[in-house]
Structures are given as structure tokens and as C-alpha cells.
Design a protein around this ligand. Structure first.
Ligand SMILES: Cc1ncc(COP(=O)(O)O)c(C=O)c1O
Length: 464
């Protein structure tokens, strides 16, 4: 049945789309994606697009992987589902846990499976609270996140997220979640302030917040190694070293949210390795299954696990979990996906082709009047739009340039991600991408950016 008032919508009228303006959906209708192969997707008009963002930063092994399809088919016919409550298990999740613990940062020795990045963070928030209650530190509950961070949209994950749009009119953030500075050096550094000095200031501000709140009330700090949806913000030099020192001083746990960075996107296994984060806890999802199955993995250190074990002795069990925790088909998909990443050397490719991507972006945008900075690492990147490069005047957000560039690129056969909070456009292509395809992405991106810039008036070009 189609919507008589809006022929664009058809059966879509029944769907409340995530992160979508309902008024825009009503005006324009949805875009239907029909299939994908390699780094390309095809919409229902037959338009072929290079997927410069790998779905939502996740289709790391690319589209149309028959190896994964076969694993799903075998899994569905052998054991379509069985739960893992009450010590029930299955072979695929046991195999997966071994692979994961071998590849994740050293301190992390135990894994909990869920279905999304949001629930992975939710699980860690609950474990932080549970851990401190079991240790008799009932007051130590606050978790410090950062402005512009993105950690998901469930109640606690949306609270950790530091983007106002995810809090407005939702009664969020919940209590006990605070936000410290966004460490975006380009935007926020003072005159003559070096990256190291800026990092020291960020760490000092964090320490001031901890002291003001009371160190005995602060339990954990959470950070993406490179902030994703909030702008692809690299940590400035010395940032995590300075932050770690503060956390150590006040006995505060470090949580790494590796939902985007994990499983090779930055050209190393995990962003925590690249920046020597040494997390006590870590959230992962997306690249774990390359998006073929909704699955997450949250990791904890042995020290935390020992406290949870004590909890089982005193309370009777670890009372947390989901119907789909350790799903046997999801675990099979993850095993095959991680196998492909290894056998096809996709992490190595993310390092080498990622370096090429950054070289080319820097080279080709360096003389562009309205690109102020190229950020990211490996196969994760963003370009910063700017009205006046010399005076560092940013564009008026009301111009909605990232969304307009997204549209212009779509017309030119490229999918990018708009990052409106920082007036930037992001790239995060599948890890199978090659250099020729990177060139193709950059050609289309430049074309799309210039087409939109050309439509701006002289006043708009001068910024706010
Ligand atoms: C860093 C990070 N954490 C958490 C999430 C939430 O993941 P999900 O959408 O699977 O709940 C995302 C999603 O983009 C993310 O980028």
C-alpha cells in the first residue's frame, strides 16, 4: 500500500528511521539501496556508488562476501539460535573468544558478547558501577566522557555521547555522566600553543573536573582512540599519555571505545595500540562482523573480572545479558570475517592504502581555499571545511554544507558521511580498497565539494 498523500514514501510510511529528519523523509522519501559488491553499492535506480564510508564505518571486508554468506547459511541450518544464559555455550563463540583475546590489548582477558556498539558501552557502564559497588566504593560512579564523542544512542550510551542533538528533549545525559573537553587541536588551541601544551591543558582540565567532583566519586573515563562521528578528531601529541597519568593518580578506569577504530581501520589491530591507551575495558562492534551480523564484544581486564567473580560468590551470579549474547551465527560470521581480515592482510592494507589516502588528501586539498585540515589515520579520514583559512573563520552551520556535499557526492557516485557538528566530511572506506579506488574517491569528493562551494554567496563564503 502506498501513502496517498506522498507517493515518494510507499510502504516506508510505517518506518521511524534512525537519525533521520521526519520532515525531510516526508518531503523526499527514502533512498533504497539494493545490493553491494566489493567497495560498491547500487541503489534501486541502478546508480552505482563507491562506498566511501563502508556503510556506517563497518563493512570492512567489503560487500558480497560469499564466504560470510556460506557461514551464515551453514550456521542457520546447524544451529539457528541458542542462548548463552546459565553457562550454555556454543563452539563458534568459544573459538571467537580465543581469537579475540589473542589479538586485543594485553590487559584484556575476558569478553562479553552483545549486539551493538551501544549495548557494548552500556555493558561497560554497568560493569563499572557493579565493580565499584562490589569493592565497597558506592560513591565512585561518575563516568567522564568528552564533548563531541559518539558512543551510541541507548540511554547510557547516548549520555556518554557528547553531541547535543542526541540529548535535546530526551532528558539526557543521565546523572553521573560528565563531559570534558573535545581535544580538537586545530579548533581549540591557543595562540602559540603546541600540541603537547594543548594536551597538557586538556589533562589539567580533566584533573580539575575530577577534583571539583571529588576523586572518590569518579569511576571511569571513556574515549574513542580517534573520535569518529564527532569529527574524526585525532588525539593531539601526548594526549593519552597525559590523560592516563591523571586517571592513574585517582584510580580511575580507562575505557576505550573501539567501535570504529577496532579490527584494523587505523592500520593496526586497535587504536589503543597506536596511541598506547592501555585500556582496562574496551567496547567493539562494527568491524567485528563487518556489519554482516549485529554483534558486539566488550572486554574487561582480569582485575575487574576477579571482582565480578567475587560478586557471583556474594550475589549469586552476574545478572546481565541479552537474548542474543554469543549468538552462534553471529560468532561464525565474526570468525570468518576475522579470518578474511587476516588472510587478505587487510590491516596491512589499511596501513599502506590509508597512508596513500592521507597523502593524496593532503596533497590535493593543500591549496584549496576552503579546506583547513585533513584528519584521521589509516582508512579513517575527514576534511575540515572552513570559510577563511587564514583567519580561521568557520562556515555558518546553518548552511548545512556537509549535508549538501553528501548530496553532491552521491550524485557523483560517491557515499561520504556528513559531520555537521564540526562542518566536516568523513571517509572510512572498506579495508579492501586499493589506490586506484582511493583516487576515484578523491576525484569525486573534490568535484562534490567544489560544486557546493560554487553555490555560496560572497557573504556566505566569508563565514560567520
Ligand atoms: C565509537 C562508537 N561507539 C559506539 C557506537 C554505537 O554503535 P551502534 O550504532 O552499533 O549502537 C558507534 C556507532 O557509530 C560508534 O561510532
Amino acid at each position: 500500500m502506498t501513502d496517498k498523500n506522498n507517493p515518494n514514501l510507499g510502504n516506508e510510511q510505517h518506518i521511524l528511521h534512525p537519525a533521520t529528519s521526519i520532515t525531510q523523509l516526508l518531503e523526499k522519501g527514502p533512498r533504497i539501496i539494493e545490493r553491494g559488491k566489493g567497495v560498491h553499492i547500487y541503489d534501486d535506480t541502478g546508480h552505482k556508488l563507491i562506498d566511501g564510508i563502508a556503510g556506517l564505518w563497518c563493512v570492512n571486508v567489503g560487500y558480497g562476501r560469499t564466504e560470510i554468506a556460506e557461514a551464515m547459511a551453514t550456521g542457520a541450518s546447524e544451529l539457528g539460535y541458542y542462548h548463552t544464559f546459565g553457562a550454555m555455550s556454543n563452539q563458534p563463540q568459544i573459538e571467537l573468544s580465543q581469537t579475540l583475546i589473542d589479538m586485543t590489548p594485553a590487559k584484556l582477558t575476558k569478553v562479553f558478547f552483545g549486539s551493538s556498539g551501544s549495548d557494548a558501552n552500556d555493558t561497560l557502564v554497568k560493569i563499572v558501577w557493579h565493580y565499584n559497588n562490589l569493592k565497597g566504593r558506592e560513591k565512585k560512579k561518575k563516568i567522564i566522557s568528552r564533548m563531541n564523542a559518539y558512543h551510541g544512542t541507548s540511554i547510557s550510551a547516548a549520555s556518554l555521547t557528547g553531541l547535543k542533538g542526541f540529548h535535546n528533549a530526551f532528558d539526557l545525559p543521565i546523572k553521573n555522566i560528565l563531559h570534558t573537553d573535545c581535544p580538537h587541536y586545530y579548533r581549540y588551541h591557543g595562540v602559540g600553543e603546541s600540541e603537547e601544551e594543548f594536551s597538557a591543558r586538556m589533562a589539567q582540565n580533566l584533573e580539575n573536573m575530577i577534583i571539583a567532583e571529588g576523586p572518590d566519586t569518579v569511576a571511569a573515563f571513556i574515549a574513542e582512540p580517534i573520535m569518529g562521528a564527532g569529527g574524526v578528531i585525532n588525539p593531539p601529541k601526548g594526549y593519552f599519555k597525559a590523560i592516563k597519568a591523571v586517571l592513574k593518580k585517582y584510580d580511575i578506569l580507562m575505557i576505550a571505545d573501539e567501535v570504529i577504530c577496532g579490527y584494523g581501520r587505523l592500520g593496526v589491530g586497535f587504536g589503543s595500540e597506536l596511541y598506547d591507551i592501555e585500556p582496562d575495558m574496551m567496547a567493539t562492534a562494527k568491524g567485528l562482523t563487518s556489519g554482516y551480523f549485529p554483534m558486539s564484544a566488550s572486554f574487561i581486564s582480569d582485575e575487574i573480572w576477579q571482582v565480578l567473580k567475587y560478586g557471583s560468590e556474594t550475589l549469586g551470579g552476574f545478572s546481565h545479558g541479552y537474548t542474543y549474547s554469543g549468538h552462534p551465527i553471529g560468532a561464525r560470521v565474526a570468525n570468518v570475517n576475522l579470518g578474511l581480515i587476516k588472510s587478505e592482510k587487510l590491516i596491512e592494507n589499511a596501513a599502506s592504502t590509508g597512508a596513500y589516502l592521507h597523502n593524496q588528501l593532503n596533497e590535493r586539498f593543500k591549496n584549496h581555499a576552503h579546506i583547513g585540515e585533513v584528519r584521521g589515520h589509516g582508512l579513517l579520514a575527514a576534511i575540515q571545511l572552513i570559510a577563511d583559512k587564514e583567519k580561521k573563520v568557520f562556515f555558518d552551520p546553518a548552511l548545512k554544507l556537509p549535508a549538501r556535499i553528501l548530496e553532491a557526492c552521491y550524485e557523483r557516485g560517491l557515499v561520504v558521511r556528513a559531520l555537521p557538528s564540526v562542518t566536516s566530511v568523513a571517509l572510512s572506506p572498506p579495508l579492501i580498497i586499493n589506490k586506484a579506488q582511493v583516487d576515484d574517491i578523491i576525484d569525486r569528493l573534490i568535484d562534490g565539494v567544489d560544486a557546493v562551494i560554487k553555490t555560496l554567496s560572497q557573504d556566505e563564503l566569508k563565514g560567520i
